[in-house]
Design a protein around this ligand. Structure first.
Ligand code: FE
Length: 197
């Protein structure tokens, strides 16, 4: 049985950047529905006692397990997304991650532009990620439910660019949502912890 993790902050804590109305739907309905669907799909199967990570790794790329993979990956991705943001977050990264961004991208500004452009360039639903691959930071995007952990790539930060993440607050203006995300929401403590782990 996979559980919906508690949010690390209140439903209204990210206002005005992400409204409590968005949180009610995005966390309370979308994320929760992925959890409920996954539990229905794995009940009585070989996956019923598995961890979420193992379910994702063992169903990735399997045509007969697409629904299990999609729901499991979306449960994992959303939990990672909620942890990637916090009230009064964003701004210039600090600590080892700040140094690593300067080293691998040249500057924070270059990183921020590339992260935004990659997230904007995801056609349709999906995610943009800061990942660590072969020791280097990279920015990648994934479609729909796809997730770096299915490919053993280490994620450090993600932004959800499914319309349900921003439509109530920003309508079609994904760029404005991304500006807000980068300037006001990124939880660099979480990203630093992932880098060191
Ligand atoms: Fe979402």
């Amino acid at each position: 049985m996979i559980m919906l993790p508690k949010l690390p902050y209140g439903n209204d804590a990210l206002e005005p950047h992400i409204s409590s109305n968005t949180m009610d739907f995005h966390y309370g309905k979308h994320h929760n529905t992925y959890v409920e669907n996954l539990n229905k799909l794995i009940e009585g199967t070989e996956f019923s006692q598995e961890t979420l990570e193992n379910i994702i790794k063992n169903t990735s790329g399997r045509d007969d397990k697409t629904a299990v993979f999609n729901n499991a990956a979306q449960v994992w991705n959303h939990t990672f997304y909620w942890n990637s943001i916090k009230p009064a977050g964003g701004g210039i990264p600090y600590g080892p991650l700040g140094e690593k961004i300067n080293l691998d991208f040249g500057s924070y500004e270059i990183f921020a532009k590339k992260f935004k452009d990659t997230a904007l360039g995801q056609f349709g639903s999906g995610w943009a990620w800061l990942v660590q691959k072969d020791g280097k930071l990279e920015i990648i995007k994934t479609s729909n439910a796809d997730t770096p952990i299915a490919k053993d790539v280490k994620p450090l930060l993600t932004v959800d660019v499914w319309e349900h993440a921003y439509y109530l607050d920003y309508q079609n203006k994904r760029a404005d949502y991304l500006d807000s995300f980068i300037k006001n929401l990124i939880n660099w403590d979480f990203v630093n912890a992932n880098l060191i782990a």
